[in-house]
Design a protein around this ligand. Structure first.
Ligand code: NAP
Length: 450
């Protein structure tokens, strides 16, 4: 017996597409041009019932039949089996997704901004209605990362996820690392090439990565995390000097979204566990797998108890790459609709508490501008010891020779610590800033991957 369904005999599923921009137009192209292959893979013909847009006559990246377009998204949603939301933004995307859920339609979206602010309530409504809500495209574009975490690793225990999940900031940091450019010049180049938007705030301040971090953490630890649970720091304060100093010490600076389980002990000796989710510029050893992710590429490094270390790498954005992730969700949803039953998309039985950044211990890199005079290093070492932060390496570069007797020369000091807590480190830095031999603390960055 043939193991494929003849396209002509297949059941038909009506697909409503909301949005025909960079991603939506590519999704429409694949649905129309690969219709037979998709029918064979799903056992159903995926009929593109219509495409809702703002302006029917706006130019499209792929020629699409005009009769498919409508500005009445709501009517389109009401008649659909599968709704693909690729409008972006909060409204009307949220209302349309809720309408789709109410009508029992399966929903596929790539809208990380909406999921970041309203994901938990949307997942709950979908679960309550018994419909599936999938969003593979919302994290790391083309990279299949959510389904592997949700399904392939469902029998394992994930301990840590570290991701380069924002291509714009990776491009900027990579440019700074490879060309020695300052942040502002690398950002301007990213904007010129279309990697960064005219208003780059969401990328460079880490908000986009934080939204993806919340999604990755929720699936990895079976606990719902919202955007406000993520400690977030962007890359705007990273200087060419930071990058050069990191390089000299064998590190590369990357903006990472990190979600990790932290086991601890209460004052009364009871074992406690929680999850910390954070986004910040991070020093990584240059030979770490994430250190080799260049340009606007994305990668997610997953550590699990039994699987060990896994790395997922690919294009994190772009019309066709992101459409690939959307279609993966659509095919999976169509298969479920053909076989019957929605299937559960995720579990939230972990119920782990959210830990603040204070619960994290990590290694730190501290750069400072100090007077070049005897006794400075011992004063600094004593302050570290006093606060219980142990120094792993200390490097000194003399900047200026001592003056003609009026002023001392200055030296750049770069210290990498052993693991320390946030509070101890902050207290150490504050105390160092108070030393009369310190001109300024120029950077404080976390070090991971060693
Ligand atoms: P886009 O190019 O801005 O396209 C948005 C589309 O939605 C346009 O076709 C627009 O219609 C339509 N639209 C917007 N507001 C509407 C409204 N109120 N009513 C009706 N139609 C409306 O966006 P995109 O880059 O394709 O991104 C779509 C989604 O995918 C976003 O959630 C984004 O975060 C996510 N995503 C994108 C990428 C990527 O590489 N671009 C990667 C991962 C995830 P008109 O064409 O008529 O203006």
């Amino acid at each position: 017996m043939a193991d494929t369904v003849a396209p002509s005999a297949a059941k038909t599923l009506k697909v409503a597409l909301l949005g025909a921009g960079n991603v939506g137009a590519e999704v429409a192209r694949i649905l129309l041009t690969d219709a037979d292959a998709l029918a064979e893979r799903t056992g159903a013909r995926l009929e593109l019932a219509g495409i809702a847009v703002r302006s029917i006559d706006a130019p499209r990246t792929f020629p699409l039949p005009r009769e498919l377009f409508t500005t009445d998204a709501s009517a389109l949603v009401r008649g659909a089996d599968i709704v693909i939301e690729l409008m972006g933004g909060i409204e009307p995307a949220r209302t349309l997704i809720l309408e789709a859920i109410e009508h029992g339609a399966t929903v596929v979206t790539g809208n990380k901004a909406l999921l970041a602010v309203d994901g938990p309530s949307l997942y709950e409504k979908a679960d309550a209605a018994g419909v599936q809500l999938s969003y593979e495209a919302a994290v790391a574009g083309a990279i299949p990362i959510l389904r592997p975490i949700r399904d392939s690793l469902a029998g394992d225990k994930i301990t840590r996820v570290m991701g380069i999940v924002n291509g714009t900031t990776n491009y900027i940091l990579d440019q700074m690392d490879t060309t020695g450019a300052q942040f502002a010049d690398a950002l301007a180049e990213a904007q010129r090439l279309g990697y960064a938007e005219a208003d780059p705030t969401a990328d460079i301040e880490g908000h986009d990565a934080a939204a993806k971090g919340a999604i990755l953490a929720s699936l990895s630890f079976h606990t719902r995390f919202a955007l406000e649970d993520v400690h977030c720091q962007g890359i705007t304060s990273i200087t060419a000097n930071d990058i050069a100093a990191a390089r000299e010490a064998g590190y590369v600076i990357k903006l990472l979204a990190i979600a990790e389980k932290i086991d601890g002990m209460d004052d009364d000796g009871t074992e406690t566990s929680g999850v910390s989710v954070r986004v910040h510029p991070t020093l990584l050893p240059r030979d770490h797998p994430l250190g080799a992710v260049h340009g606007a590429f994305n990668a997610v490094f997953v550590e699990a108890e039994n699987a060990g270390q896994l790395m997922f790498y690919g294009q994190g954005a772009g019309g066709a790459p992101t459409a690939s992730a959307v279609l993966g969700d659509v095919v999976s949803a169509a298969r479920r609709l053909v076989l019957g039953g929605p299937g559960r998309t995720e579990t939230t039985t972990g119920r782990l508490p959210v830990l603040g950044i204070d619960a994290v211990t990590t290694r730190y890199y501290i750069g400072m501008d100090a007077a070049d005079q005897p006794g400075v290093l011992s004063k600094i070492s004593a302050l570290f010891a006093e606060h219980g932060v142990s120094i792993e390496t200390m490097r000194q570069t003399v900047h200026t020779e001592p003056g003609d007797g009026e002023s001392a020369g200055s030296a750049e000091l770069r210290i990498v610590t052993h693991r320390a807590g946030e509070a101890a480190l902050a207290a150490t830095v504050k105390a160092i800033e108070g030393l009369d031999v310190i001109n300024s603390v120029t950077s404080v960055l976390r070090v991971e991957g060693v």
